[in-house]
Design a protein around this ligand. Sequence first.
Ligand code: KIV
Ligand code: ZN
Length: 391
Amino acid sequence: MSDNRIYIFDTTLRDGEQVPGCKLNTEQKIELAIALEKLGVDIIEAGFPISSPGDFKSVEEIAKAVGDVTVCALSRSVEKDIKTAAEALQYANRPRIHTGIGTSESHIKYKFRTTQDKIIERAVAAVKYAKSFVEDVEFYAEDAGRTDNVFLAQVLEAVLKAGATVLNIPDTTGYCLPEEYGAKIKYLRENVKGIDKAVISTHCHNDLGLATANSIAGIQNGARQIECTINGIGERAGNTSLEEVVMIMRQHAKMNFETAIQTKQLQNISHLVSDRMGMPVQPNKAIVGANAFAHSSGIHQDGVIKKRETYEIINPLDVGVDHSKIVLTARSGRAAIAYRAKEIGFNLTKDDLDIVYKNFLTVADTKKEVDDKDLQQIIVKKTSQVGASSR
Ligand code: KIV
Ligand code: ZN
């Protein structure tokens, strides 16, 4: 495996499913897990088995349904949680237990009302206990984004010694700036003894809209796993969006990162997750939003019609979108009208186009969008007066 291979850890079914209104039943979770495996994710975080009997069952059924993808179950640093996670994973070909504890001052002081030493003790005990069930144990230092780097390094060194295989550095509250998060990963790589034996993972939340930027800063500084969700769904403002980080790596080939994601499936899986969770995707969402490849202003339309790359940095086919869309609005120009007219079977002469364009603007000013039916009516009305050549 190349040094620049980035593992994609999908947590749509765990962090994503925590969103109010997005709860899935077991059948839906299995359906999405199979789709995620087909997409090429390396790890599926299937749920938090101690949280409910339904979630336990979902993790267990996903483990039975998928093939060689790693199936991960979340737990707190609590024996009962870890044992339950291990039981739910018993049928997985590649099981991983994800355990951890809060490490920031506010978690230690206010959530646990304890000391730093006790946090390290609990973290080590949790990893050792998880190791008694499975080989692959990921440790998360909750709120690592706001944890003092020196203490964070101490915790990580201790859990590494206890056998952790993956070290997750969550920016739980989405507070970090990309430089800060990147510097944190760099600091840990340089100051945690034995860290080369483990995979460092990013887990970023989007409270300030920086989850994607922070994840990329993480891998640029040595992290090799990104935790993310389809459509960026997740607690509050969401998690890192899988489609965004994957396409950043693909489009910026010079960074030389690789994933196993089949990008042509991105649009379909986005729709599937949105549909099953009942959570619409905002139209201007990068990569998978309805407008991600739509052009509506005259200047842009003219440029795209002449050469797609003028205003598109991604070939829509690469993410499973058939073609770019030329949307007709009152801001569209002649080039777009001629283009759409041709698409629906009319080759307009220059004189025809002038008249059709004028009539089009009258209609467009009364509507948000002029569809093919409206355009056809405008053309037919005009050609019954003058005559345009139809294909
Ligand atoms: O955001 C977070 O810190 C988490 C952990 C449980 C990994 O989701
Ligand atoms: Zn999270």
